[in-house]
Design a protein around this ligand. Structure first.
Ligand SMILES: N[C@@H](CCC(=O)N[C@@H](CS)C(=O)NCC(=O)O)C(=O)O
Length: 224
């Protein structure tokens, strides 16, 4: 009988560049640690509201710091994050709820495509400065990742069932203390559980799991 694995749940929103970093980090480590990684799209707007928080970008000095910090992360993790030219407008004035519903719908209809679809949405906004808000954006994503049944995914996006999944993911994150993204909940086979905010806590996640943290594991990078 195979041993029970630790469960690592990543709660993320594609508006969040740090969520992308944590997503790549965990996907790399899932290849070397005996863990079960579950991807849980949630909605950062709802998390911020529930916690009485606001996006760091709305504090000007944090915004300036963040852009430099992303470059440092690019070097460390071998990523290519770049803020879109209208980043402030996007963060303050746009909603990713439809994109997050697309991810929840893909998780339901074509779960094997969830990783690739998430990455493609991040690449659009945080690498190529493309939209992730309109029906035509989602059609382009569906094409890029070769969804088998895009019509089913687009129909599901409007379904109460998918809205409920996003709400449940938000609730679970909030219940465990979330105030931002990425939010990672690690549950050991013993049932002991701990939550981690950010993409800069991989060493602490490793320590909790009692597995080695070996840096960025660039050899396990996904193609960008
Ligand atoms: N230090 C964290 C920062 C993560 C972060 O700033 N996340 C944003 C979204 S991209 C957030 O939700 N921030 C909430 C907060 O800082 O209170 C990291 O390196 O990952």
């Amino acid at each position: 009988m195979s041993e029970k694995k630790a469960l690592v749940e990543l709660f993320y929103d594609i508006i969040s560049p740090y969520s992308w970093i944590q997503f790549e980090a965990l996907n790399r480590y899932a290849k070397v640690w005996p863990i079960e990684l579950q991807l849980k799209p949630f909605y950062l707007g709802a998390i911020m509201k529930s916690a009485g928080n606001r996006p760091p970008m709305t504090v000007p000095s944090k915004g300036v710091y963040m852009l430099k910090d992303l470059e440092k992360n690019n070097r460390y993790w071998g990523l290519k994050l770049q803020a879109p030219s209208n980043v402030a407008e996007i963060v303050m004035g746009k909603t990713t709820i439809q994109a997050q519903r697309m991810l929840a719908a893909v998780a339901e209809a074509e779960p094997e495509k969830l990783e690739e679809t998430s990455r493609e949405l991040w690449k659009r906004i945080w690498m190529r400065g493309e939209g992730v808000f309109e029906a035509k954006d989602f059609e382009e994503v569906a094409k890029a990742v070769h969804l088998k049944n895009p019509t089913k995914v687009f129909t599901l996006m409007k379904d109460e069932k998918i809205k409920k999944i996003i709400s449940e993911n938000v609730e679970k994150a909030v219940e465990s203390g979330s105030f931002g993204a990425p939010w990672t909940i690690v549950t050991l086979p013993s049932g002991e559980s701990e939550s981690f905010f950010g993409s800069d806590r991989m060493h602490l996640i490793a320590d909790f799991l009692k597995f080695p943290f070996d840096g960025p594991l660039k050899e396990h990078s996904a193609k960008l």
